[in-house]
Structure formats: C-alpha cells, structure tokens
Design a protein around this ligand. Structure first.
Ligand SMILES: [Zn+2]
Length: 69
C-alpha cells in the first residue's frame, strides 16, 4: 500500500497508510489537493464582477477624456 503524502505538525512525512482513493490517510485527507468547484464558481463570479467594474471605469475615463477634447 502507498504511504500517506501528508505531513505531520513537525513537518515530517506521515508514516500512515494512504487510502486507495487518495494519496493521504484519513487524518491528512484535508491536505489532499482537490478541485474546489464551488469555490471556483464563486471566484469566477467575483472575477467577472470585478472585470465588469473595471471595464465600466475604463469606459468612463475614455468617455470623459473624449468629451474634453
Ligand atoms: Zn497521513
């Protein structure tokens, strides 16, 4: 069986047996790198909102600059 890829509090390699589904034991399964889908969707929404605000601000700046000219 594979060895757990997690690390102990001392920073040492965990010597426990890893679960077959992941490279980590039951204690260190939270160290497993998984795709956080819900968080990604939230991040995407936030990024889209920020991009929209950014585009709006850039548009405003250009609009007022062209009005002055
Ligand atoms: Zn472990």
């Amino acid at each position: 069986m594979a060895q757990c890829e997690g690390k102990t509090r001392k920073g040492e390699r965990c010597k426990r047996e890893a679960r077959p589904s992941s490279g980590f034991c039951s204690i260190h399964q939270d160290q497993e790198i998984r795709p956080p889908r819900d968080h990604d969707i939230e991040w995407d929404r936030d990024a889209i909102t920020k991009a929209a605000i950014g585009f709006a601000m850039v548009g405003m700046i250009f609009f007022f600059r062209f009005r002055r000219c």
